[in-house]
Write a protein that binds this ligand. Structure first.
Ligand SMILES: [Zn+2]
Length: 113
């Protein structure tokens, strides 16, 4: 995962923000690319039973994840054992094949045992 770190205030942001720092307002010149670990803890979660698109198939669980590097993101969480406070790690999962045959992947999170 690639994010930005602000050289003025130190904020680490994900996804990268091309316009500048969302915390201190520094310009994009103050942002440096940083590699983020796809791991963190689950802050909250909700199961989606009805969804307006075919993918992902319902039911699925959406989690609010605090990454070990700081940013808080929203992502799909897999695993019946997931609960608030669980340690989770990201994994690229094949999701669907487009009309032209391209395999799409998405970053899902799974509970670390
Ligand atoms: Zn900043």
């Amino acid at each position: 995962m690639v994010g930005h770190r602000c050289s003025v205030c130190g904020l680490v942001a994900f996804p990268p923000d091309p316009y500048g720092c969302q915390n201190c307002g520094a310009s994009e010149d103050a942002l440096e690319e940083v590699e983020l670990e796809a791991a963190g803890s689950l802050r909250a979660m909700a199961t989606v039973h009805r969804h307006h698109q075919d993918h992902p198939a319902t039911p699925f669980t959406v989690g609010i994840i605090e990454l070990v590097d700081g940013p808080v993101i929203k992502a799909i969480v897999q695993g019946e054992e997931a609960s608030v406070g669980s340690r989770v790690e990201g994994k690229l999962v094949p999701t669907e094949i487009t009309d032209n045959g391209t395999q799409l992947v998405d970053l899902y999170f799974q509970v670390v045992k």
